[in-house]
Design a protein around this ligand. Structure first.
Ligand SMILES: C[S@@+](CC[C@H](N)C(=O)[O-])C[C@H]1O[C@@H](n2cnc3c(N)ncnc32)[C@H](O)[C@@H]1O
Length: 431
């Protein structure tokens, strides 16, 4: 283990600037990367090449700090630890790198009961900065001015922005992370690649995939990807209530739901008898279900067949405005929301209207979920929308520790897209 790693064990107390921050600054200044792992240090000390390394994990100094920070720190000591973390973030420490237990630094804090602490906030804020910055780095409209002296520096920028599938994990980031760690872990990498390119990650593949309604869920027929599941009913109820929250004229209530799925939220919307209820749905098997169940015959229902990307822009030219818009699709990415959906939403929402969506962004890991809660907040603010989040309990049957039990909702499902104990229900309206 290197001296940098040793430092992150906090063996000396009290934790002071002189004992901890000054040395960490010095190591970083000497050129030791903030992401230098315990495994790399071991390999270096034992003369083992990267190819021969048997380690799959990335135990970075940030992981060690989160693992070892004493629980009985004084306020002064806490500030010193936060300053160590700052120095590491400033020098490129990774908020979402995982160690050999598949834990990010934030996950370690969570396990140690430090969720909501200043250390936790430090990880979340670093995640927000990284996500926003990566998006900028990949924006083709941004020009980078380089110093000719730096041109021979080997700076690599990722090809694409890490994307979140709107109701699932950041699959791409995970694939890349796992590849980086160990090519020998080919099973989990190919599993993730399947996921990213399969129906859960690629809309065109999804729309050609056969679906079935089975045991309180809508799933893909061959792969058992969960498209929609009954356990989300309470979350849909909160969504439906938000849509009727700020009605401009009770005699002219216009609601739009994007993504029918099992029709849970649409059934709730119908019970409130809006003047017009638009349903936008793209999948042929789901449209068949809508026909079979008589949705086309309902006098106040308008079905928009096809992808919202194609059907909603037409509404913009027809002078249709909504009191409430709900968005919950499958296999789409956060990019779809931020680059296209929000543009349409601001055009279709009445000035008093409310926009809500199924908030599953990064929901397979609490730290990612909280990072994206802030990212969404920032992005919606760019559109003049302010978002409030109501905290709700997610069912315990969605949590990992219940996977072995019969009532785990993921029993027959290929991939759990929800792992957080809390649901942040979003409600956005114009500022
Ligand atoms: C998770 S389900 C919606 C569940 C729904 N909120 C409910 O309460 O049952 C997602 C739905 O969005 C549909 N969908 C996916 N991509 C879409 C797109 N681009 N445009 C319209 N619908 C889409 C899917 O076919 C699926 O029916």
């Amino acid at each position: 283990m290197s001296e940098l790693h040793n430092l992150c064990h906090f063996e000396k107390r009290p934790i002071t600037i002189e004992e901890y921050v000054d040395p960490i600054k010095a190591y970083l200044k000497q050129g030791i990367p903030a992401t230098y792992t315990v495994e790399e240090a071991y390999n270096y000390e034992h003369n083992i090449s990267e190819e021969d390394s048997k380690f799959a994990g990335n135990t970075t100094p940030m992981h060690l700090i989160c693992e070892n920070v004493p629980l009985d720190c004084t306020e002064d000591e806490k500030n010193v630890v936060l300053e160590m973390m700052n120095q590491l973030w400033l020098n490129g420490a990774g908020w979402c790198l995982v160690n050999d237990k598949d834990e990010t630094p934030g996950c370690i804090l969570l396990r140690r009961g430090l969720h909501g602490s200043k250390y936790w906030d430090s990880c979340v804020d670093s995640g927000v900065r990284a996500e926003v910055l990566l998006r900028k780095l990949n924006d083709p409209n941004i020009e980078f001015l380089s110093d000719p002296e730096d041109e021979d520096m080997d700076v690599e920028i990722e090809d694409d922005i890490p994307e979140l599938v709107t109701d699932e994990v950041n699959i791409k980031e995970e694939i890349e992370g796992k590849k980086e760690k160990s090519e020998s872990k080919s099973d989990s990498v190919s599993e993730l690649e399947d996921m990213y390119n399969g129906p859960a990650g690629a809309t065109d593949t999804y729309l050609k995939t056969e679906l079935e309604y089975k045991d309180g869920a809508l799933i893909t027929k061959d792969g058992s990807d969960g498209v929609m599941m009954q356990w989300e009913e309470e979350l849909m109820k909160a969504g439906c209530d938000s849509l009727f929250k700020s009605i401009e004229d009770p005699k002219d209530i216009n609601i739009l739901n994007i993504g029918f799925g099992m029709g849970i939220i649409d059934t709730m919307i119908q019970k409130k008898n809006p003047t017009k209820h638009y349903i936008c749905e793209a999948h042929p098997d789901v449209l068949k279900k809508l026909k079979k169940d008589g949705w086309y015959e309902k006098s106040n229902v308008v079905i928009l067949e096809g992808k919202w990307q194609d059907t909603l822009p037409k509404l913009l030219t027809q002078g249709v405005f909504f009191d409430g818009i709900y968005y919950d699709t499958f296999s789409e990415h956060y990019e779809d929301m931020v680059e296209d959906l929000f543009d349409v939403i601001v055009g279709l929402l009445k000035p008093t209207g409310t926009f809500s969506f199924f908030n599953g962004l990064g929901a397979d890991r609490l730290v990612c979920y909280e990072v994206y809660k802030k990212v969404v907040d920032l992005d919606l603010a760019n559109y003049g929308l302010s978002v409030k989040f109501k905290e709700m309990n997610a069912p315990v049957t969605t949590l990992k520790e219940n996977d072995g039990y019969d009532d785990s909702v993921w029993k027959e499902i290929k991939r759990a897209y929800w792992r957080c104990p809390v649901y942040y229900h979003p409600e956005a309206s114009f500022m």
